[in-house]
Design a binder for this molecule. Structure first.
Ligand SMILES: [Mn+2]
Length: 503
């Protein structure tokens, strides 16, 4: 059984702990969890340890205005249950306290062994989102208490550089759903930067390194609030000869990165994910992204945790990224398919929903999926297909009839995030899955595919603005009936979807 908040109610003597040097997300998560427990008759303590108590002005304001009862302690009588939020037990930035039982709610990369009671959503932008989602599963409404809604909203906001680096739909759900007290948000936001931090930003910019050939910049900043990194990278990107930049800071617990790009050949979200891959996580949008490379994981990989080693590690990774990516503009040349092999599609069972089941014809709706938000207008002949990994895309009835057959089987959703639709007119949110029925995809004339041994970016002829990334193991694909139609299919999806044609 997956962990749920109710599991915590087995215990009476509960302490919630967030990481040392708490940030807004840590404070919000602990506060909301304490509120949840209180609702169920459990009086928990909310604490943090470490070198010093909170002093940053936005956090002091947040604590005061929202009434967050957090305590700075350095000694603790072992409680029956210790719940770590926005961090994991045993991490270097989490003061050690003994406890009889441990639970963890976090959104970082896993760093050690997780306790049995754990909710770890590494691809979420904030721990506030994890708490919001866990409460929603138990029908607890965060908007019941405006202080809670404000805290969670601000937690997500600060952990994703003002929502700029959001990538998961659950994060968007919290952003859209929460009704915070905006006056407080404006106040916190404008107490974010101290004069000292402005000096840190200035110093960092003074020592920026520019790669004149590849048009990128690297900037190291002294340890600072992650939001400062976002400010520095926004400014760096505005420089005329810079297409992309990496701003980073070596913090006690890991390397925080902020990435920007203003050219279509580089997606900031993907560059951030590439830089952090194997050591933590990164993501965001086309233009802005961020991430964290965890100290423990870097050290485990034999990279020593000093500024010089980190710098040369990041330099190498950036160079690798720029030198070893092939860029393909589909449709500009006809691909020579002699190096490709012919594959045909397996019969797959998928799901579909008729758009008119979700809203009246003519209504503008937004489909929220793991891959992003898609806007479309409901028409009689629009079908929404739910793919084998839970990916969702609209198609016309004509193409549906050509490529799919109806099935009587009950539909079972394979994905992790249940897609939903937002009606732009009524503002109402509708879950898609209750309307889903089964269908089977048919073979068609197949594709030519070759397995990639390097990174490629393919601009398809359908969307010249955004590329599809393929990495080692993925497949570069050419449609059999149109050789100028090229795209990339991820290794996992390819194996599930295609089989080699028997000669
Ligand atoms: Mn966080």
């Amino acid at each position: 059984m997956a962990f749920c908040l109710k599991d915590l109610l087995e215990f009476d003597d509960i302490v919630i702990q967030c990481h040392d040097n708490p940030d807004a997300d840590a404070l919000a998560s602990g506060y909301a969890l304490k509120w949840y427990l209180k609702k169920h008759g459990k009086d928990a303590r909310f604490i943090y340890g470490g070198r010093s108590p909170i002093s940053k002005s936005n956090l002091v304001l947040m604590k005061e205005n929202l009434g967050i009862p957090v305590e700075y302690v350095n000694e603790l009588k072992p409680p029956q249950l210790l719940v770590t939020v926005d961090c994991q037990y045993g991490e270097s930035n989490v003061k050690h306290f003994d406890a009889e039982n441990i639970a963890t709610i976090d959104h970082h990369q896993i760093s050690g062994t997780l306790p049995e009671m754990a909710a770890l959503r590494s691809n979420y932008g904030s721990c506030s989102t994890v708490i919001y989602e866990l409460m929603q599963l138990e029908d607890i409404d965060i908007n019941e208490d405006v202080n809670i809604a404000t805290a969670l909203y601000y937690g997500l906001m600060t952990d994703t550089s003002g929502f700029e680096e959001i990538s998961h739909p659950s994060d968007r759900d919290l952003r859209d759903y929460a009704r915070p007290r905006m006056a407080d948000i404006v106040l916190f936001k404008n107490s974010n930067l101290s004069k000292d931090e402005l000096v840190i930003a200035g110093d960092a910019l003074k020592h920026a390194y520019y790669d004149e050939k590849r048009l990128y910049a690297i900037v190291e900043s002294k340890p600072c609030d992650p939001n400062i990194l976002g400010i520095i990278s926004d400014m760096t990107l505005e420089v005329d000869s810079i297409d992309a930049c990496l701003v980073y800071s070596v913090m006690p617990f890991g390397v925080k990165i902020s990435v920007r790009s203003c050219v279509r050949e580089i997606k900031a979200s993907e560059l951030a994910a590439f830089l952090a891959s194997g050591y933590g996580g990164g993501g965001g949008h086309l233009i802005k992204a961020g991430g964290l490379l965890k100290k423990d994981l870097l050290e485990k990989a034999g990279i020593s945790y000093d500024n010089a080693s980190i710098r040369s590690f990041l330099d190498d990774r950036l160079k690798d990224y720029f030198e070893n990516s092939e860029i393909i503009f589909a449709g500009e040349k006809v691909e020579d398919i002699s190096e490709y092999e012919h594959y045909i599609k397996k019969e797959l069972s998928l799901g579909f929903v008729r758009a008119v089941d979700l809203a009246a014809p003519g209504t503008k709706i937004m489909i929220r999926t793991l891959e992003g938000d898609i806007d479309t207008i409901v028409e009689e002949d629009i079908f929404i297909i739910i793919g084998i990994d839970g990916e969702v895309y609209p198609i016309r009835k004509k193409r549906f009839d050509e490529n799919y057959t109806l099935s009587d089987d009950e539909y079972v959703y394979p994905g992790e995030y249940a897609p939903s639709v937002m009606n732009h007119v009524s503002g109402e949110r509708v879950k898609i899955l209750p309307f889903a029925r089964s269908c089977v995809s048919r073979g068609g004339c197949g594709i030519y595919a070759k397995k990639l041994d390097h990174r490629v970016k393919v601009f398809t002829k359908w969307d010249p603005e955004k590329y599809y990334l393929g990495t080692e193991g993925d497949y570069l694909v050419v449609r059999a009936d149109d050789h100028s139609d090229m795209y990339v299919i991820a290794e996992e999806v390819f194996k599930k979807t295609y089989i080699k044609e028997q000669a």
